[in-house]
Design a protein around this ligand. Structure first.
Ligand code: SF4
Ligand code: FES
Length: 247
């Protein structure tokens, strides 16, 4: 198939950036979206032009780095799918596709489609861990965890930190991401020691990074490739209120 692309090009943080037209020709429908961009980049390199910079690593929906907004939707039109797992068969011959980076003040563009997501790292650094002596691996049945709690913790732990939730939100809120991290550890015995400190510090780091607040549009849940539910935001708000009272 042949496609028309409109791609955001921006030399660096200071550059204003603009949409640039490209053609993607002879694209196989079995290619992933990133493989399609690889083909475009090969042709740009052959012509002596600067290839399009985009982030990627695992290309199998695990690392969360493929931060592309495709036709206005973070990670593109398929639900529960990262941009790297999106296949070209979801597009039609002759389509025009708009490709942009995540748009949020807290995620400044580094180059073209690559944004700086170190704000997420700063949030994780203040609370996304448990500080316990691990020692040897305990017996699996030595620390009983109710099945529902284990499943809820696992659902939250599926968050890959991609930032699509922020990019989709009109307030650029990071509450789905932060609530997944807070919710994951709050459900498990290992997370209890730092439970109150964790939620207070992570929420403060989130606010300091310039993310907005949640006003219940649920766009975050709609674009999340790991289907993290907004109910985690409600859980985090309860955790936060309890921690404030305890402090
Ligand atoms: S909550 Fe979903 S959209 Fe947000 S960072 Fe985690 S995986 Fe990505
Ligand atoms: S490249 Fe790792 S999730 Fe897409």
């Amino acid at each position: 198939m042949n496609l028309k692309l409109k791609v955001w090009r921006q030399k660096n943080r200071q550059d204003k950036g603009k949409m640039v037209d490209y053609s993607a020709n002879d694209i196989n429908e079995h290619m992933s979206f990133l493989e399609m961009l690889d083909v475009v980049n090969e042709s740009l390199i052959k012509k002596g032009e600067e290839p399009i910079a985009f982030d990627h690593d695992c290309r199998e929906g695990i690392c969360g780095t493929c931060s592309l907004t495709i036709n206005g939707i973070p990670h593109g039109p398929e639900r529960a799918t990262t941009a790297c797992q999106l296949h070209m068969r979801h597009f039609k011959d002759g389509d025009t596709i708009y490709i942009e980076p995540w748009r949020a003040k807290a995620f400044p563009v580094i180059k073209d489609l690559i944004v700086d997501r170190s704000a997420f790292d700063r949030i994780i650094q203040v609370g996304g861990f448990v500080a316990v002596n691990t020692g040897g691996a305990p017996d699996a049945n030595a620390l009983p965890i109710p099945k529902d709690d284990a499943e809820t913790a696992f659902d939250a732990a599926a968050c890959i930190g991609c930032g699509a939730c922020v990019a989709a939100c009109k307030n650029a809120s990071a509450m789905l991401f932060v609530s997944a991290k807070v919710g994951h550890l709050a459900m498990l015995p290992q997370g209890q020691v730092e439970r109150e400190r964790r939620v207070l510090q992570m929420v403060r780091a989130m606010d300091d990074a310039g993310f907005g607040n949640c006003t219940n549009y649920y766009e975050c849940e709609a674009v999340c490739p790991k289907e993290i539910k907004v109910s985690f935001i409600a859980k985090m708000n309860r955790e936060y209120a309890k921690a404030l009272r305890a402090g």
